[in-house]
Each structure stands twice: as C-alpha cells, then as structure tokens.
Design a protein around this ligand. Structure first.
Ligand code: SF4
Length: 125
C-alpha cells in the first residue's frame, strides 16, 4: 500500500473513498479522489468492496492511518458503507456542502473537481 507524506514529511497510509454514484456531485467526488491519487496524496480505495463485506479490504481500511470519504450529497452513501463495515475512524467531505447542486444528467466540470480536491486536501493533514 502506497505511503503518502504528511506536512511533517512523515509517511502514512491515506485511503480515499468516493461515493462514485451516477449524479454530477458523485462524479465530482470520484474525479477529485482520482486526481488526489494521481498526485500521490492518497490511494483511492473501493467503498463497494467494503459494502460487499470483503474482509481483507475492511481490515485494510481499519489499518489505514487516515480514511477520507467524499460523498456527493446528504445521502452519504460512502460514509454509511464505512459505518456498516465498522470503519470507525474517518474524515468526511460532502460535495453539496461546498455549494454544488445535485443535478441529474449534468457532468462535473474541471473547476468543480478542482474545488473539491482543494477541500479534501484540508482533511489530509
Ligand atoms: S451520496 Fe448522493 S450522489 Fe453519492 S451515490 Fe449516494 S445518492 Fe448518489
């Protein structure tokens, strides 16, 4: 598992989860998580795997130094998956809390993804 460095230069395991649903706000969450992973700031991990009760994945999540969940809207699907899997320690960001509206059939824009990425980065250290 990739180790990322915090602001003190210490290595730690940071796992990123996005709800990755069908709505535009879910796409924003998903793309922000992927961009952060591409920048080496965390590793995107499969919320679906935790929902499917894959034991090894649940253990990996519990062992992470930091779990960060990005949900698109107040349904908080990814967050509830972690809760049900018993992953008690995580930080959470909700896209609609950051001023974005959930609109069916609309695509995420690069600017929206960038703004959520910056917001999630605040939770990383
Ligand atoms: S949190 Fe909202 S946007 Fe994300 S999958 Fe659930 S209902 Fe869809």
């Amino acid at each position: 598992m990739c180790k990322c460095r915090d602001d003190r230069g210490e290595k730690k395991t940071v796992l990123l989860y996005a709800c990755s649903g069908g709505a535009n706000v879910a796409e924003i969450a998903d793309r922000a998580a992927r961009d952060l992973m591409a920048e080496g700031k965390g590793v995107m991990f499969c919320a679906a795997g935790l929902g499917a009760e894959i034991d090894s994945m649940i253990e990996t999540a519990k062992a992470a130094d930091l779990n960060v969940v990005i949900d698109g809207c107040p349904m908080d699907c990814a967050r509830k998956i972690l809760d049900k899997a018993g992953v008690a320690s995580y930080r959470a960001v909700r896209v609609t809390d950051e001023g974005f509206e959930k609109v069916k059939g609309e695509r995420a824009t690069n600017d929206q993804v960038r703004k959520i990425k910056v917001r999630v980065e605040q939770e990383l250290y």
